[in-house]
Unconditional design. Structure first.
Length: 129
């Protein structure tokens, strides 16, 4: 840690550490608060069971992929693995497709990307590159 602080300087290091903390917290929030199925697809047989299984599979899939202590996955890779490696129980096919579209939009993580861009611009200005 001392080496990294010396490399990037005393003025920049706290900003980078704070940014890392904010991004880690954002990732935990995204992993824990799944997008809700607001309107079930027409072919959904059991909306209550569908919603229950969606909650479980999302937490057991996306939550684990994003928060893995040994190998946390970036959002896009977590979505890809979630779609291909998980079994969805009683989640209706139409509901699953609608929720995949929502996950692929990545709207929850776009604000993190925007934050990183803004921070980089700020740090570049501070360093006068």
């Amino acid at each position: 840690m001392k080496v990294q602080r010396a490399m990037i300087g005393q003025d920049i290091f706290p900003s980078v550490a704070l940014a890392k903390s904010v991004l880690d917290q954002h990732c935990r929030i995204i992993a824990a608060e799944e997008p809700r199925i607001l309107v079930h697809a027409d072919n959904c047989q059991d909306p209550v069971a569908c919603e229950t299984d969606w909650h479980g599979v999302l937490w057991n899939g996306m939550g684990c992929y994003l928060l893995d202590g040994w190998n946390p996955q970036p959002y896009d890779e977590a979505v890809r693995r979630f779609k291909t490696e998980m079994q969805f129980g009683r989640v209706g096919k139409g509901c699953k497709e609608k929720m995949f579209e929502l996950l692929e939009e990545g709207s929850a993580f776009k604000c993190a990307d925007h934050f990183i861009d803004e921070l980089c611009d700020y740090l570049v200005n501070e360093l006068h590159f």
